[in-house]
Design a protein around this ligand. Structure first.
Ligand code: HEC
Length: 356
């Protein structure tokens, strides 16, 4: 087997260990307006109270928890990955309602910031709105320790925001005491291809599936795109190619390019076909600099063409799904369908890749 294939396989097998990089911010506007909560620059716990900085910041903290309304996200989404840091005072607790319905209890143990990571799959329904599959918490990790695995949830939890089950809903957080949160990431995923195990806690077919975003990231690095392209927001580093952060958005944005040999400047949409074109025939449309001293000038046409022998269409789509995640949360693309995290059967993928 070729080294490239080995590398690819390596990438495939390690997709599960994917960590999602975290932005520092917790934009308050992700949540519905709520006067019971404030934003602050710093928060700490002392004597069962929260000490908050007077300055607004990226931490969201509860003002008066006795009369407080739960914090409810604006976005209604289905399968999702949730990550956040939380701070609780001694004897305080909080409940996170996944999809506004399924409870996870958060407790204090140290009065220090703690970390929550959850992956969950919402219930499925048929056309007549009968539930065909229960909800499942694929993974619940608190402070790096897995506390739940493939937990099947068959009913809405007591105290939930919504009392009927559905295929989408908002994240909701209820504080029973002194509580603050930061670094909230609430990302839509697609776990459709995961089959629920017979019994709660047993393995699903997840090991045989591929995370497309992770595959894209692995491919991006293994075929050497990262040698010429930066991907961090506002990166100060120099590279020969454009920074790809923020290029592929949920709603494709305009991109100025120089077309063909004649050097005409045209505005195109930075969409999935543009990605395929950029890789297969890079000389057809040359990107124009959008910042820096040479703003308005075309880049040098030095990007190599990637043929199907080195990069399959599926790998390009995986790269596309990955690049679409390099955006502010509200701009993160959901391309070639509606999901950020796509799973396809490993065998099918290997067949396609082995075929070239
Ligand atoms: C040798 C350096 C080099 C390598 C390797 C390279 N690129 Fe590029 N890439 C460039 C340059 C330079 C440009 C700008 C000129 C152009 O549009 O062709 C560019 C343009 C692009 C564009 C259009 C960017 C925009 O802002 O419109 C995309 C998308 C892209 N590359 C993706 C990739 C991917 C994905 C890979 C790996 C499979 C890759 N590139 C590998 C140098 C490189």
């Amino acid at each position: 087997m070729s080294t490239q294939f080995n590398k690819f396989l390596f990438g495939c097998l390690f997709f599960l260990s994917a960590q999602i990089s975290l932005a520092q911010e917790t934009p308050f506007w992700q949540f519905q307006e709520n006067i019971s909560w404030v934003t602050t620059e710093t928060a700490s716990v002392a004597n069962k109270n929260l000490l908050l900085a007077d300055k607004p910041g990226n931490i969201i903290a509860i003002k008066d928890w006795q009369s407080a309304k739960p914090l409810v996200a604006r976005a209604y989404i289905g399968d999702a990955i949730l990550e956040m840091d939380f701070l609780l005072a001694e004897s305080s607790s909080a409940t996170v309602f996944l999809e506004g319905r399924y409870a996870i209890e958060l407790k204090d143990n140290t009065s220090e910031w703690q970390r929550l990571q959850v992956k969950y799959r919402v219930p499925r329904f048929d056309d007549a709105r009968n539930k065909t599959e229960n909800a499942m918490i694929l993974e619940l990790v608190i402070n790096g320790e897995q506390t739940s695995y493939n937990k099947i949830v068959d009913a809405v939890s007591p105290g939930a925001l919504m009392h009927w089950e559905d295929a989408a809903g908002p994240l909701a957080i209820k504080a029973n005491g002194v509580f603050a949160l930061r670094n909230v990431k609430f990302l839509p995923a697609d776990f459709s291809n995961i089959k629920l195990p017979e019994k709660s806690g047993e393995p699903s077919n997840e090991q045989t599936l591929i995370d497309f975003v992770e595959l894209g990231k692995e491919t991006f690095d293994s075929v050497g795109c990262n040698a010429c392209h930066l991907i961090e927001k506002n990166s100060a580093g120099a590279s020969t190619g454009p920074n790809l952060y923020g290029l592929f958005k949920r709603e494709p944005r305009n991109r100025q390019v120089v077309e063909g040999g004649e050097g005409h400047k045209v505005t195109i949409k930075a969409n999935r076909p543009y990605l395929h074109m950029s890789l297969r025939e890079p000389a057809e449309q040359i990107a124009i600099r959008e910042s820096g001293e040479k703003i308005g000038e075309a880049y040098l046409p030095i990007m190599p063409a990637f043929t199907k022998d080195t990069l399959s269409d599926i790998q390009i789509d995986a790269i596309g799904d990955y690049l679409a995640t390099l955006n502010e949360p509200w701009d993160q693309g959901r391309l070639s369908n509606y999901s950020r995290l796509k799973a396809i059967n490993l065998m099918i993928l290997l067949l396609i890749v082995c075929n070239y």
